[in-house]
Design a binder for this molecule. Structure first.
Ligand SMILES: Cc1cc2nc3c(=O)[nH]c(=O)nc-3n(C[C@H](O)[C@H](O)[C@H](O)COP(=O)(O)OP(=O)(O)OC[C@H]3O[C@@H](n4cnc5c(N)ncnc54)[C@H](O)[C@@H]3O)c2cc1C
Length: 504
């Protein structure tokens, strides 16, 4: 029995070359309805994520993000034209520093849409596939033993074009299940707890196992990009691989975490009712990945160096820096609005707390400018932001972000907990609420909306998940610090100190 027969013909269709470029929100939603990702939430299958109560609002938010591309005043920033079609700006291969600036502007506009709280808006993975497509030759180094006629470089190039041409939304999953971190994937109780290649067929590879975390599983496709997290003793490993498949590929399931969006009014839960991007555990139950979608096989070193070798990590980090600038600006805006609302701006410690946010913001803005100004053209012809400032930003922000919600708590105090809901305001105590919970400069309604936002940024379950996300989304901070230590060239300062010590 061939694999195609096993799946009763439900194999992944070939990639097509007729994409229209940037899509509207409605087109994105129609695509999700037609090919819903295989999501499981609260013990049940999500038949249509655009209507399911746990995902519908997020789908609407994503649609809004796609629609921004067609707004008259944003179109030229958020998209670019090539051969008569328009594509999302984040797919553009930057050739100059001006290109990078345009990309930064588009990242910021899109980040502001979610006040910086949409961690994995499609731009992030767009930056990944853009860089991987431009650096596709990296994958030509992968030469598995045996009679392989697969052109991995061409596969990567075609896939990047396919994603761009169809404006696809991607999720990704790098890490293996947490079962036992003192063991390698090959030492687990079952060889297919970690995602691994089971066998090759004429049609492609069969993969089995799981990956720990994919944020934004409400997506068209999942990219299993080779990453630096694979530790194996051998040079060749079934756990080293790179591929992409649709999120409804036969055999793939996403087990989502408990929803944070609990269907409350956006006035009461301004962020959680809009931006619950979801996180899912991804199970691969003998999934056939067609050869045209395989980018790398068995080579541990190539897998571990793929992000660095294609510079994808830098373009993704550049998107992240811009996103975090938007997020920090949102904290500043809310913090200052609270201070204005309750008239606390004259107190020195309050001013110092706002100053802390300003300093964090200016550090991130400075690192973005430095990364852009020190950008160089890489060996694939792509203008690539500089690593030093980006490494600083992606180590600095996770270590310091936690102070932002804390500052909102310190500035808002009881105001962030004493927040009658919209229904309360419209209920029998409405007139009293209007009187006692007004602000120095605003009505109770406006004050409560502001404090509800502060709560969703600093106290709610949405805020709690954000807090964990900020600590880990780019990897384990402990190992990121080590990686920085390993790559940073400190030889000049060391030499200077040695020379100073020799001075008579
Ligand atoms: C909200 C959220 C969203 C995420 N979204 C995504 C996503 O979309 N895609 C994706 O691929 N990943 C995602 N991640 C996962 C993220 O990449 C990982 O959390 C991160 O790489 C750390 O891995 P881990 O969670 O498996 O932690 P573990 O590796 O299990 O670490 C747990 C603890 O053990 C320590 N530890 C483990 N191994 C070592 C070691 N070798 N040396 C030193 N210390 C060690 C760690 O420091 C940590 O304290 C997300 C994570 C979170 C929290």
């Amino acid at each position: 029995m061939t694999v195609a027969e096993k799946f009763e013909g439900k194999v992944i269709p070939p990639m097509h070359d007729d994409g229209q470029g940037a899509v509207t929100g409605e087109q994105f939603l129609a695509r999700l309805r037609q090919n819903p990702p295989t999501l499981y939430i609260d013990g049940g299958r999500v038949e249509d994520p655009t209507t399911h109560p746990a995902t519908a609002n997020m789908c609407r938010s994503l649609a809004g993000l796609y629609d921004l591309q067609f707004e008259e005043d944003l179109r030229d920033t958020l998209t670019f034209e090539e051969d008569g079609k328009r594509y999302a700006r984040s797919f553009m291969e930057p050739k100059t520093k001006e290109d990078l600036k345009l990309i930064a502007e588009s990242h910021r506009i899109r980040a502001n849409y979610g006040l910086g709280f949409l961690g994995r808006a499609p731009d992030y993975m767009n930056a990944n596939v853009m860089a991987a497509g431009a650096g596709a030759e990296y994958f030509a180094q992968c030469k598995p033993e045996g009679d392989h006629k697969v052109d991995f470089a061409e596969n990567m190039r075609r896939y990047a074009k396919f994603v761009r041409d169809n404006d696809l939304c991607l999720t990704h999953a790098l890490t293996n299940p947490q079962v036992n971190r003192s063991k390698m994937a090959s030492e687990m109780p079952d060889p297919y707890i970690a995602l691994g290649v089971v066998k090759e067929t004429d049609e492609g590879i069969i993969v089995r196992g799981a990956r720990m975390m994919a944020t934004l599983p409400i997506a068209d496709e999942i990219l299993i990009f080779p990453s630096t997290v694979l530790k194996e003793n051998a040079d060749k490993s079934r756990y080293a691989m790179g591929f992409a498949i649709p999120c409804n590929a036969p055999g793939v399931s996403f087990q989502c975490r408990e929803p944070i969006d609990v269907g409350r009014d956006p006035e009461d839960h301004p962020l959680s009712s809009r931006f619950d991007e979801q996180d899912a555990f991804v199970i691969f139950d003998d999934v056939l990945v067609p050869w045209e979608r395989v980018f790398l096989l068995y080579d541990v070193e190539l897998a571990n160096k793929a992000y660095a070798g294609t510079d994808a990590v830098l373009h993704m980090a550049y998107q992240v820096v811009n996103l975090k600038i938007a997020k920090t600006e949102a904290f500043l805006g809310v913090a200052q609005s609270i201070v204005n609302a309750i008239g606390s701006g004259g107190f020195q410690h309050v001013q110092a707390k706002i100053a802390e946010i300003i300093i964090m913001l200016e550090i991130m803005k400075g690192l973005e400018v430095a990364a852009r100004e020190q950008a160089t053209v890489n060996k694939y012809g792509v203008m690539t932001p500089a690593r030093g400032p980006l490494d600083a930003a992606r180590n600095y922000y996770p270590a310091n972000h936690q102070r932002l919600p804390e500052l909102l708590q310190l500035l808002g105090a009881s105001g962030i907990i004493m927040m009658p809901s919209k229904a309360d305001r419209e209920g029998p105590l409405g007139p009293q609420i209007d009187k006692f919970l007004q602000a120095g400069n605003a009505s109770a309604e406006d004050r409560l909306k502001l404090f509800r936002l502060a709560w969703d940024m600093s106290m709610s379950s949405f805020a709690g998940r954000q807090s964990l996300y900020e600590k880990y989304f780019f990897g384990d901070p402990v190992r990121m610090h080590s990686a920085l230590y390993e790559v940073y060239d400190s030889s000049e300062p060391v030499l200077r100190i040695q020379e100073f010590l020799k001075r008579k």
